[in-house]
Design a protein around this ligand. Structure first.
Ligand SMILES: Cc1ncc(COP(=O)(O)O)c(C=O)c1O
Length: 428
């Protein structure tokens, strides 16, 4: 059945879609994936930061099977319980005020919904996003995405009235500043943008990832998001937090914004929400959601009953198994150990993160080192550890294992990483 699968795939699937490994899966469970030859791999990518509860969590699998036997599709024709129950549950775990939801299928779709909601609600067109951000590949979301020029090449013109300001990426500051003497020029740039390019009273929303994902697993400096919050409140601009990658427990809290004490007007959720089943959500306040008139937005597949059942089981599993606390604890362990490793390996320029959303940046002679990183990732894969890269120069490991990874498993994973670094001669 799986003979020559990769070759067969090349014959029928477009080369535009990059598959990151040559692993042909036979089976998966928890943090492990087994290939057709019986080799087991630790998946520290969580299938692109998505299977936060691990692969095939039994509770999620049972919920999917149960719901598939009851009712599989509504197409906005019928009412069904899972979608309401899920919204009620999400209301209990999202930041205060996020109490109404619109469900769709992917992160990009949620971002599309968020932009439309912000424009509709404010009656303004302007959207401000951040250089380095990733928000999806559909035209509206692509207009915001700037994490890599590859995603935009040959697709211009994108949606108009979108402006960009640099993401606060302290290790490689756009303004050449150092963290200890930073005067937050990135925020000043944004203020200037609102004086030179678009007035704040024409801006519908400012959209930002509370922790940068695809762009490099970057944690913004203390106070940046709070300043955005103040700016938005002053000008009645909707603050949209794109929690597609950082949300659903990835950072050791339900949502990354909790680390900064910032409450958005609109929030997007996807990836980890349903443990791999296609589902996403736009969340907002009741007054904003209720002012969105019937038919102003819609979907055929969004809020699919099976996906909603998977999401309910996902939230329950995260709560019952204490996965948030575990992610915080194992993440802290990993950060400490990685900082110790960093002291012996000059190719590791920076280690940063929150919970189990950790970036390890590879450098050489002061610049990014994508070749060095590629070599390390290959060595790790040979030893049974799946890791994924990110960042505009593809020189950053995004460490994003499932939230139930134990300290012992993390230890094993980091042993493999350290062995690979040693073999590659990346030491001082
Ligand atoms: C922050 C963020 N927003 C949006 C998206 C788009 O999600 P999707 O690939 O499900 O469309 C992603 C995907 O990586 C993401 O990380």
């Amino acid at each position: 059945m799986t003979d020559n699968l990769i070759e067969r795939a090349k014959g029928v699937l477009t080369s535009a879609l990059v598959v990151h490994t040559d692993i042909v899966v036979k089976d998966a469970g928890g943090i492990y994936v087994e290939d057709v030859s019986g080799r087991r791999f630790m998946d520290f990518s969580s299938g692109l930061a998505t299977v936060n509860t691990g692969h095939n969590h039994p509770k999620v699998v049972a919920a999917i099977k149960r719901q598939a036997g009851i009712f599989m599709h509504s197409g906005s024709i019928f009412h069904y319980e899972p979608v309401v129950l899920l919204a009620e549950k999400l209301r209990g775990i999202t930041p205060p005020g996020m109490d109404m939801f619109f469900f769709s299928n992917s992160g990009a779709e949620a971002v599309e919904g968020a932009i439309k909601l912000a424009r509709h609600h404010t009656g303004r067109q302007g959207v401000v996003a951040f250089v380095g951000g990733f928000h999806g590949r559909t035209y509206g979301s692509l207009s915001l995405t700037t994490s890599n020029i590859l995603y935009r090449r040959k697709y211009q013109p994108v949606v108009p009235s979108v402006y960009h300001s640099p993401y606060p990426y302290c290790y490689r500051c756009f303004f050449g500043q150092r963290q200890d003497s930073c005067s937050m020029d990135c925020y000043r740039y944004l203020e200037r943008l609102l004086k030179h390019l678009i007035p704040p009273d024409e801006v519908a929303c400012i959209i930002i990832e509370p922790v940068l994902g695809e762009g490099g697993y970057v944690v913004p400096p203390a106070g940046f998001l709070n300043r955005l919050r103040d700016l938005c409140s002053r000008w009645d601009i909707m603050l949209v937090l794109d929690e597609v990658q950082a949300g659903m427990g990835r950072t050791g809290r339900w949502f990354a914004s909790e680390h900064f004490g910032v409450i958005p007007d609109i929030m997007t959720i996807a990836k980890g929400i349903a443990s791999g089943m296609p589902l996403s959500a736009v969340a907002s306040r009741k007054d904003i959601m209720q002012a969105w008139p019937p038919g102003a937005h819609g979907t055929t597949f969004g809020g699919n009953p099976v996906s909603c059942a998977a999401a309910i089981a996902t939230i329950d599993a995260i709560q019952e198994q204490g996965m948030l606390g575990n992610a915080a604890w194992v993440g802290e362990y990993a950060l400490n150990r990685l900082r110790t490793i960093q002291a012996s390996y000059d190719r590791i320029g920076d280690v940063r993160g929150l919970g189990l959303m950790i970036g390890i940046e590879f450098v050489k002679e002061g610049g990014p080192d994508p070749d060095g990183l590629r070599d390390i990732l290959r060595r790790c894969l040979d030893k049974g550890l799946v890791l994924l890269e990110c960042g505009v120069d593809r020189n950053i490991i995004r460490l994003a294992p499932p939230l139930l990874t134990t300290v012992a498993e993390m230890e094993r994973g980091l042993d493999i990483l350290e062995e690979s670094l040693r073999e590659a001669g990346a030491g001082r």
